[in-house]
Design a protein around this ligand. Structure first.
Ligand code: ATP
Ligand code: MG
Length: 325
């Protein structure tokens, strides 16, 4: 069974796109695949952040994932910073990564351009991501296009390490998430729905109350004309609503388009479908006891360390460190 790994960075609020694109596929696959799910809190420190918010969101993300159906008995479920082997391996992998290799990462170029003070960790973050992946001998990493280059870096570093110091790491590969739909921002349908969106108006947050979700859908921008047709190139607003509907109810956006003659009918149907999808997650989220979640995370970290500890010892030995007695 190939191992799969997905991380969630607590740097903004989880939204319907994360649910459809990442959370739901994990949950439907967790019984059949060997799955690692983790909250990548260390990655949230690479940009300006509010410490209290990162801490709060780390617990919130873990709780949301459990509420959505992540089963900590079926998968490895942990917070990255609770397993110190992630940072230990990070340093060891830095010793097998080129400076130019890190500088070439498109995300680094884009994100560093927008900052006045660029943290060194923003440059080295793909190496930490390589450590996250290689620590557990991950074979498959479901990611969107923006993360593909980082998975390739992890693969290159693993290959180089194996060639230089002996077979140590499984070579990972990026795989397309099983659900291909990419949800766009309701207020700006030419940009992706995103945790880091400037305004919350177009983002259907996983923990939004049902009437907030409804209001956001009803205010979604539509396109000139009145027909309900699926044509993302020319009619991004309406097409996005159809994609959202299809993601929540099944079926294809093209087929669904034929059912509606007016925007208002489509919006009502989308609002209902979104609320039906997200309300149960929010309800379970509110029921979960934070102390129970913390206990689940403690057990997850212990189980993770059982795998990660021996791996790091193997890497240290291969690279030339004297084991302590
Ligand atoms: P950020 O703006 O910080 O990059 P994000 O919303 O893009 O946040 P990520 O943490 O980058 O979220 O991605 C987590 C997962 O959610 C990834 O697997 C990604 O493919 C998926 N995902 C993110 N946004 C969408 C979207 N709009 N539609 C479908 N899947 C998405
Ligand atoms: Mg992203």
């Amino acid at each position: 069974m190939p191992r799969r790994l997905t991380g969630f960075t607590p740097s903004g609020d989880l939204h319907l796109g994360n649910h459809i694109g990442a959370i739901a596929p994990i949950i439907s696959g967790q019984a059949a695949a060997d799955t690692v799910v983790f909250i990548s809190d260390l990655h949230a420190l690479t940009l300006e952040h509010d410490p209290a918010q990162v801490r709060r969101r780390t617990l919130e993300f873990a709780t949301v994932l459990l509420a959505a159906g992540a089963d900590p008995d079926a998968c490895l479920f942990l917070v990255q910073s609770h397993v110190p082997e992630h940072t230990e391996l990070h340093y060891l992998l830095e010793c097998a990564t080129g400076f130019g290799e890190a500088q070439r990462m498109i995300q680094f170029k884009e994100k560093s351009r927008r900052q006045q003070h660029v943290r060194l960790s923003l440059l080295t973050y793909p190496v930490l991501m390589a450590a996250d992946i290689l620590l557990y001998d991950t074979a498959e990493v479901p990611v969107g296009e923006d993360q593909r280059q980082h998975v390739e870096l992890a693969r290159d570093v693993a290959q180089r390490f194996n060639a230089r110091y002996g077979q140590t790491f499984t070579l990972p590969q990026a795989v397309h998430p099983p659900v291909a739909a990419r949800l766009m921002d309701l207020a700006a349908p030419d940009t992706k729905m995103s945790k880091s969106a400037a305004s919350p108006a177009g983002t259907l947050r996983l923990l939004d109350e049902p009437d907030v979700l409804r209001r956001k859908v009803m205010r979604a921008v539509t396109d000139a004309g009145t027909d309900v047709t699926y044509d993302p190139g020319h009619r991004p607003g309406v097409s996005n609503l159809l994609t959202i509907l299809a993601s929540c109810t099944g079926g294809s956006p093209e087929q669904l388009a034929a059912r509606f003659t007016r925007y208002s009918e489509l919006k009502e149907a989308v609002a209902d479908a979104v609320v039906t999808t997200l309300a149960p997650v929010r309800e379970r989220y509110l029921e979960l006891d934070p102390d129970h979640v913390r206990l689940v995370l403690r057990t997850g970290a212990e189980r993770a360390r059982d795998l990660a500890g021996p791996k790091v010892r193997q890497v240290k030995e291969a690279i030339g460190l004297l084991p302590p007695v």
